[in-house]
Design a binder for this molecule. Structure first.
Ligand code: ZN
Length: 174
């Protein structure tokens, strides 16, 4: 007779508007291609950037357009960063006249640092994406805040604005 699990667990899945969802998909595809490109540089051949570089650049440009038109400018900045890292690699090869053996180690190190540092940023941007319209869901975990008497999410512990409780339980007047 014990009820199993918290109710409404499905509400923890985030819902995004369609433009935001697509901008996020492309941003993550961009991150994945950076990770794949890094793996190819390290474990295969540095000249793989001739293929992966343009793919990353293309995804970055699509990502910028999608994120910008969806009104999520911070996500567009991530696309811009992806585009800039491609241009940086390209300009290093041109200006320093690097041959593939010269480029391998710096590309591997810079690519690793870049991919590693953009992962938490991409996660953060996904967490903070707009399009979670319901004031009665916890901003952190999406838990339904119905029926609470204090402004703290019982699921994740996040404190929220007590005014939200008033929007959930409008005072019964007359
Ligand atoms: Zn929560």
């Amino acid at each position: 007779m014990v009820e199993s699990g918290p109710v409404e667990r499905r509400t923890r899945r985030r819902r995004f508007s369609r433009p935001i969802a697509w901008a996020l998909r492309v941003a993550w595809a961009g991150w994945l291609s950076c990770a794949v490109a890094e793996g190819l540089i390290v474990f295969w051949d540095v000249e793989s950037v001739l293929v992966t570089g343009p793919i990353i650049l293309l995804l970055a440009l699509i990502g910028i357009i999608l994120a910008w038109s969806a009104g999520y400018r911070a996500l567009a900045l991530l696309g811009l960063a992806n585009a800039l890292i491609c241009l940086l690699f390209f300009s290093l090869v041109i200006s320093l006249n690097w041959k593939p053996p010269d480029a391998k180690t710096p590309f591997a190190i810079m690519g690793f640092l870049y991919t590693l540092s953009t992962l938490p940023i991409a996660c953060w941007l996904t967490q903070r994406a707009p399009g979670r319209p319901n004031p009665w869901e916890c901003l952190e975990c999406g838990y339904l805040l119905y029926g609470l008497t204090e402004p703290r999410c019982p699921e994740c512990g996040r404190v929220f604005d007590p005014a939200v409780l008033n929007t959930i339980h409008p005072p019964i007047s007359s």
